[in-house]
Design a protein around this ligand. Structure first.
Ligand code: C2O
Ligand code: CU
Ligand code: CU
Length: 511
């Protein structure tokens, strides 16, 4: 059960004076994400395109041995100037948001020596990692605060606790791809990621190196998030427990997901990047808690997709718009050579702004977009077990009380219950159904989208995926193979407020 502590939800609510909110959640199942009240900022917001796009620093290994790179990573509190003239307290890996970029090489093991200097438990998860279960960051495998975190045993239901530090071992036995790491603490992932616990983890390999794709500073990671700010610059997030100690969840008015009025790219509000008039590769990651983006360029220009969540596509796909659900990644090429010097090209989200590119001088460009990028063998589908996974709103138990939440196959998350037991090496067909918008993510294994509502996959479904965007009343079928590692893993909605309010399930891969 998701009960974490003895206190009842009602008592906490009354203490906080917000008891009215508990019944305010709507039940209209047709437009979940649209219905969410946007969090609006009280702080003075900057004009768009006045900030410079930050590039997260690449982390250096503390030590490299034959086949292993070691990193020391510390989660700690810090403050950052996100809005001009204001300080924003954050939780950051190494005290920054986004966290440092970890660059890994296929075939070389990465070990993260992780230290939790925050005041609350954390769990680190490598999203998209093909990772043994004990390093995957199960939500109740808590890393307690270095400074005295003893009161959390009851939150580690079905999991383990580590006192202050632990090692995460990633074999990186997987193809080049844009992955990311983020917090995954049971019941508190939404607020802890919102406060800054997210960073890029980029894998390279020989196959990708051989392609003439843009590289160096023409290969730019873009972590897109939305946030809202209090008048003093603090992040606005209506957590049930602002200290994130015991009571999970967000106030009922935002149970559909936290959506803010400020778009940050790599932690800066509506930033600008000066580019040369050449091809660039952008690794777009939607690290927002709940917002989906419909990205276009203005003036219009193609976004040529070369990669998805799990690396290169078989062949490039041209889009005029890309729809990016939470946790999805799109690797795209934009060719600025068509624009005269001085042109301003805006990356839009519908009618809103995300960031702007200012095109500078022409420069030599030996990059190209090969017609063939990789080979993607379709997973065999005959005789596979089919499993239904239905994602919808429903009643869940929180702090001993029934409340509105989010459920899968009619049940709320229980870390001690196994909801599926695929066998190692098997291919299965998983059918995801939805009542509203739910970005569905599976740990351990990448998958291939086979169909949408009985028809062909959608424009964003190419290649190997680990997260798939479900719109209201959709049925998406994927083929998935369980390779290499046995043990317990998660399938869940990556709308982090849904996830925190019980929209997760476990599966155990068995030998
Ligand atoms: Cu990106 Cu289970 O998470
Ligand atoms: Cu994941
Ligand atoms: Cu959801």
């Amino acid at each position: 059960m998701t009960d974490l502590r003895g206190l009842t939800r009602r008592r906490v609510l009354q203490a906080g004076g917000t008891v009215a909110l508990i019944s305010a959640a709507g039940c209209d199942s047709t437009s979940k994400s649209a219905k969410t009240d946007m969090l609006t900022s009280a702080a003075k917001l900057p004009e768009p395109f006045t900030a410079k796009l930050p590039i997260p620093p690449v982390k250096r290994p503390s030590r490299s041995t034959g086949d292993t790179d070691h990193y020391e990573l510390t989660a700690r509190e810090a403050s950052m100037e996100i809005l001009p003239g204001l300080r924003t307290p954050i939780m950051g890996y190494d005290g920054i948001f986004p966290g440092p970029t970890i660059k890994a090489r296929k075939g070389r093991r990465t070990v993260v020596h992780y230290r939790n200097q925050l005041g609350v438990p954390t769990v680190m998860h490598l999203h998209g990692g093909h990772t043994p279960a004990d390093s995957d960051g199960f939500p109740t495998d808590l890393v307690l605060p270095v400074a005295g975190g003893s009161g959390y045993a009851d939150q580690a239901v079905g999991g383990t606790t580590s006192a202050g530090t632990r090692d995460y071992t990633y074999p990186v036995n997987q193809r080049a791809a844009t992955l990311w790491y983020h917090d995954h603490r049971m019941g508190f992932t939404g607020p802890q990621v919102w406060r800054g616990l997210a960073g890029f983890f980029l894998i390279t390999d020989d196959e990708e190196d051989e392609l003439p794709l843009p590289r160096g500073d023409r290969d730019v990671p873009l972590m897109i998030t939305d946030r809202a700010f209090e008048a003093d610059g603090a992040l606005r997030y209506p957590a049930m427990d602002p200290h994130l100690v015991s009571m999970p969840g967000i106030d009922a008015a935002h149970m559909n997901g936290a959506i803010g009025d400020v778009i940050l790219v790599n932690g800066a509000p509506w930033p600008q990047l000066e580019v040369e008039a050449v091809r660039y590769r952008f690794r777009i990651l939607n690290a927002s808690n709940a917002r989906r983006y419909e990205l276009t360029l203005d003036p219009p220009a193609p976004l040529t997709q070369i990669g998805s969540d799990q690396g290169l596509l078989a062949a490039p796909v041209e889009h005029s718009t890309i729809t990016v659900a939470p946790a999805e990644r799109y690797d795209v090429i934009v060719d600025f050579s068509a624009y005269p010097s001085g042109s301003k090209v805006v990356l839009k989200n519908g009618d809103g702004n995300v960031m702007r590119f200012v095109v500078g001088r022409a420069a030599t460009d030996d990059s190209a977009i090969p017609a063939r990028l990789s080979s993607i063998e379709p997973l065999p589908r005959s005789a596979a077990t089919t499993r239904p996974w239905m994602f919808r709103q429903g009643k869940v138990t929180s702090m001993g009380e029934e409340t509105d939440g989010w459920i899968i196959n009619g049940r709320e998350f229980d870390p001690q219950r196994m909801d599926a037991t695929p066998r190692l090496g098997d291919v299965e067909i998983w059918r995801f159904g939805s009542d509203g918008h739910h970005p569905v993510h599976v740990h351990l294994s990448p998958f291939q989208v086979i169909s949408r509502n009985g028809g062909p996959p959608g424009p964003g479904d190419h290649g190997w995926k680990d997260t798939v965007d479900l719109s209201p009343h959709e049925l998406v079928e994927v083929a998935i193979r369980f390779d290499d590692y046995d043990g317990r893993y998660l399938v869940h909605c990556h709308n982090l407020e849904h996830e925190d309010m019980a929209m997760m399930a476990t599966f155990r891969v068995s030998r």
